[in-house]
Design a protein around this ligand. Structure first.
Ligand SMILES: Cc1cc2nc3c(=O)[nH]c(=O)nc-3n(C[C@H](O)[C@H](O)[C@H](O)COP(=O)(O)O)c2cc1C
Length: 418
């Protein structure tokens, strides 16, 4: 039985159906155990094998384990049937599954997915389904690091596919490096996340701040920052999926908030502070992902300032929301974010201690392609006892890693939010 490391080892999902695509790599045999582990969570598994996969493991193995006919061909038995519904099997499967997981995913199937090719059952299903997709690559280290493979992976991630990073170590080909299929428990966890089936935040009320703040200079101008709000919104969505109630205090963003969240829109750091304190009492977890202005304009003008030479702005510090929250912490779990460009670890650790945080998520915003206004992020999560490196991945996946730390902190403290 898999231990999901979140204080609960098994989640039973009633009548969820997952399509498990097995493509042609040495690790195909590991997918047999994956069938069992998914079934342990009450998931029905429909196995689809590529032609190459059938060179490694016989369909009979998966048929016996899953209790379902294994789909091995786009033009298989179904196509011979006069009944059109069963003849168009890839569409029928596409419409009835709650998630598609491909493990192991070869370089070839990843390339097909990234380029919209639909020449066999599995790739056609990928194009046809709107269900969440989880891909667990496994291949030789050079194949994994090949530019084409990496570009294909980036494309899939950008389109919302959950990629379960391969592990590093000894590979079947005799080489050492990244490319080994991730542990089945890790893949199961990703599938459960995609299904919205991990309910380890039930009973928690998570107060999340997101986005930038705007400090007015005059009625039309403001001091802002580059935060898009994507990280905070991903945290809100992920926390909702994991069973929490979510209060999202958001600065101005172009994003659509999750419909199940209670959303409070604010503009300035002062408004954000007031919204946080108006909702702090009922919060059991506080995540401060917003990029709050450190300074506001003291001599803000009521009328539009005309251009006439140099303009002097007098700035004064905004309220330190995190520090104030820490002073009213109680049993709450409080997580801060630190966007740093230099002395990153040292600064983050200072903030962790000085603001009595349970964890701080360090964003090194000097790195290109991640952090501000990006779909992706790479962070270090610091707690009093741990430093967890989260490599570059989608903000959705980073959000889940942050929530994992919160669940762990809650379990360690032994204090229930309920
Ligand atoms: C012995 C052997 C092992 C292989 N292992 C892998 C592998 O681990 N990962 C991979 O991407 N391709 C591997 N390949 C290559 C794939 O089988 C090949 O690219 C095939 O066309 C994949 O087809 P599919 O993606 O439709 O399953 C291997 C080939 C052989 C002969």
């Amino acid at each position: 039985m898999p231990d999901l490391g979140r204080g609960q080892s098994r989640i039973t999902i009633v009548s969820m159906k997952v399509a498990l695509g097995v493509s042609g790599g040495i690790a195909a045999y590991k997918a047999a155990e994956l069938v069992r582990l998914l079934q342990d969570h009450g998931v029905r598994v429909q196995v689809i094998m590529t032609r190459a996969a059938q060179e490694f493991v016989r369909p009979l193995t998966f048929a016996a384990l899953s209790g379902e006919k294994v789909i091995t061909d786009l033009f298989g038995e179904g196509a011979q049937e006069p009944n059109i519904e069963s003849a168009v099997e890839h569409i029928a499967v596409a419409q009835t599954i709650d998630a598609l997981v491909v493990a192991p995913a070869t370089a070839d199937i990843i390339a097909k997915f990234a380029n919209g090719l639909a020449g066999d059952f599995l790739s056609t299903l990928f194009v046809a389904t709107t269900a969440p997709v989880v891909v667990a690559p496994a291949m030789n280290v050079n194949m994994w690091e090949n530019t084409a493979t990496q570009e294909n992976i980036q494309k899939l991630r950008a389109r919302g596919v959950h990629v379960v990073e391969p592990d590093s170590g000894y590979l079947a080909c005799g080489m050492v490096g990244a490319g080994r299929l991730a542990a089945n428990e890790t893949i199961v966890k990703a599938v459960l996340e995609a299904l919205g089936a991990v309910q380890d935040l039930t009973g928690e009320t998570v107060l999340i701040t997101a986005g930038p703040t705007r400090e007015p200079i005059d009625p039309v101008r403001y001091i802002g920052n580059r935060s898009s709000g994507k990280m905070g919104f991903a945290l809100a969505e992920a926390a909702l999926r994991r069973g929490a109630k979510v209060v999202l205090v958001s600065g101005p963003t172009a994003l659509k908030p999750p419909s199940a969240a209670e959303v409070i829109q604010v503009q300035t750091a002062r408004e954000m502070r007031d919204a946080v304190f108006a909702n702090l009492e009922r919060a059991t977890v506080v995540i401060k992902a917003a990029a709050v202005a450190d300074f506001t304009v003291k001599n803000c003008s009521d009328t539009k300032i005309k251009r006439s030479g140099a303009l002097q702005l007098e700035l004064e510090p905004t309220p330190d929301i995190l520090k104030e929250v820490a002073a009213h912490k109680g049993h709450r779990i409080v997580v801060g974010f630190a966007a740093e460009t230099h002395d990153t670890l040292e600064n983050a650790r200072k903030k962790l201690q000085s603001k009595s945080l349970d964890a701080i998520v360090l964003n090194d915003v000097s790195q290109p392609g991640i952090g501000f206004d990006s779909e992706r992020n790479a962070v270090t999560i610091l707690t009093a006892t741990e430093s967890i490196e989260v490599p570059e991945m989608s903000k959705w996946e980073v959000a889940h890693r942050v929530l994992d730390v919160i669940v762990k902190s809650r379990a360690q403290r032994g204090v229930s939010a309920r």
